[in-house]
Design a binder for this molecule. Structure first.
Ligand code: MLT
Ligand code: ZN
Length: 485
């Protein structure tokens, strides 16, 4: 079992300790502070709970624990402090940056059993949920109360609210509704000292100094474990309608966005490449939007706010066609058609997962997206002339997902090494643009070596100092966010 030197928060310390020896003691300790049924050490559980969707790190946790409430989490943290072992929080494990991987004998703390959803508070327009509540169940609970929880993404059927908050998840509606951060009214967290903090308590107005809620949102489990959240809800959008547009080239992507949103407020503006469409059409059976093949596609979702909306949209598309930016277009006429068109975008990630993609999740300000796309395109042409590179993303938010597919003949380590090398060219371009090396997937282990491309040394020092306050023993999610080099 890896142990931690007193007061040392540098994750490398964990890596140096061997797993052998004391693991049986740890399991006994955990079984005593919880119940034996809440501690799993079977191979299937260790493999399942020891990794997320990143798939680059072989899972090797010592045990998985299943707390039932905040008090159980406190008991686990106190046990870890006393026995000096490391903890990794685990939600739906849909993360793509290795933030929930346990590869070094850590104990995984699964939030699966802390999943209650309280009745919607119609006056406050909030819902209070356990960290393990599945995103889709929260969305449905809001819908049942004629309200709307707008954070949404392809993995909402398995991702958990605690994980969404810990990674400040984005998704497909950010252009209209913002990130998870914008929807958190209150948080219960257990710090690395075993203290329980009730942050903001669901208040709409609360100007009482520093708002620690926002420190914990997006902190990837390095400061504390979220056990409960109060989420804001809003009115559902009216008659959401989807357009898929075939675009002439990369330059058309933002020109079309500018033109459409000058008259029509958007719910989503996504883009994807022809290779992405061919993958979902050939491997997931998703119908192409039209017969025409174009280099890029945009998926636009808008709300039919009033009788003029359609006219505005048609006029914008006509102009975009006259300019030569849009080659072909299709618009949904029903909820079922809208869903089918969304599959073109939402099925990409899962479809390409069998090629073990190396993921870049990068961003710039929206106005700098044309420069971002050009810079990244140059790097791709120069470095991956023969590899399959799948482009997609929430481009209306300035967020590009660049996925390099592993050529079959290449071993995973060699592939990763090659991609990491090229990433530095991409990240240099991002740094010049003042962009981010992780727009929405988080830093985890994969992007930790590159944090310096988006954050200054002073900011990283301050982040480490803040971690030391909430997690003085360095037991929470070691090796994540900060580089261990
Ligand atoms: C998406 O936008 O589809 C998700 O962020 C997952 C991914 O990037 O593959
Ligand atoms: Zn995304």
């Amino acid at each position: 079992m890896p142990r931690v030197a007193d007061g040392n928060i540098t994750p490398i310390v964990f890596m140096e300790f061997s797993v052998a020896g004391s693991s049986i003691d740890i399991i006994q300790e955990l079984s005593a502070v919880l119940t034996p049924e809440q501690v799993a050490i079977d191979r299937a559980s260790l493999e399942t709970y020891g990794q997320d969707w990143t798939r680059f790190t072989p899972p090797a946790p010592t045990a998985i624990v299943f707390p039932r409430d905040t008090a159980d989490v406190v008991a686990v943290v106190e046990c870890a402090r006393r026995c000096q072992f490391a903890l990794v929080p685990s939600g739906g494990r849909t993360g793509l940056s290795g933030g929930a991987c346990a590869a070094n004998g850590e104990v995984v703390v699964s939030m699966d059993k802390i999943n209650a959803i309280s009745p919607v508070n119609l006056t406050d327009r909030t819902v209070t949920v356990g960290a393990g509540a599945i995103t889709q169940n929260v969305q449905q609970t809001a819908r049942d109360a004629d309200l709307f929880y707008p954070v949404d993404f392809a993995s909402s059927g398995s991702s958990q609210i605690g994980g969404n908050i810990a990674t400040n998840a984005g998704g497909i509606n950010v252009i209209r509704y913002g990130m998870t951060r914008d929807w958190v009214a209150g948080l219960t967290v257990v710090t690395g000292k075993g203290e329980v903090l009730e942050l903001n308590k669901g208040l709409m107005k609360n100007n009482t100094g520093l708002d620690f809620r926002h420190l914990f949102i997006g902190s990837e489990g390095i400061l504390g474990f979220i056990t409960e959240a109060t989420l804001k809800l809003t009115a559902p959008p009216k008659d959401p309608t989807v357009l898929v547009l075939g675009l002439s080239d990369m330059n058309a992507i933002m020109a079309v966005l500018d033109r459409i949103q000058s008259t029509t407020p958007l719910l989503a503006y996504e883009f994807f490449s022809e290779l992405a469409v061919s993958k979902v059409a050939d491997h997931a059976g998703v119908a192409r939007p039209f017969d025409t093949h174009t280099p890029f596609y945009a998926l636009v979702e808008f709300e039919r706010e009033n009788d003029m909306t359609d006219a505005h949209v048609f006029e914008a598309i006509e102009q975009c066609m006259e300019e030569g930016w849009v080659i072909d277009a299709v618009m949904s006429q029903s909820v079922a058609q809208a869903r089918a068109l969304w599959q073109l975008r939402e099925d990409i990630s899962e479809t390409i997962s069998k090629w073990t993609p190396y993921k870049n999740d990068i961003s710039s300000t929206v106005s700098k997206v044309p420069e971002l796309l050009t810079a990244v395109d140059d790097v791709v042409h120069e470095n991956y002339p023969d590899w399959e590179v799948v482009w997609y993303g929430h481009i209306g938010d300035g967020n590009l997902h660049l996925n390099i597919l592993k050529p079959e003949h290449l071993q995973i380590e060699a592939f990763k090494a090659r991609c990491s090398e090229v990433s530095t060219d991409i990240f240099n371009a991002i740094k010049t643009l003042g962009g981010s090396v992780s727009a929405e997937h988080g830093v985890g282990t994969l992007k930790a070596p590159y944090l310096g491309y988006s954050k200054s040394d002073s900011e990283i020092d301050a982040m480490r100092a803040i971690k030391a306050i909430f997690d003085p023993d360095g037991i929470l999610n070691p090796g994540k966010v900060f580089s261990i080099a």
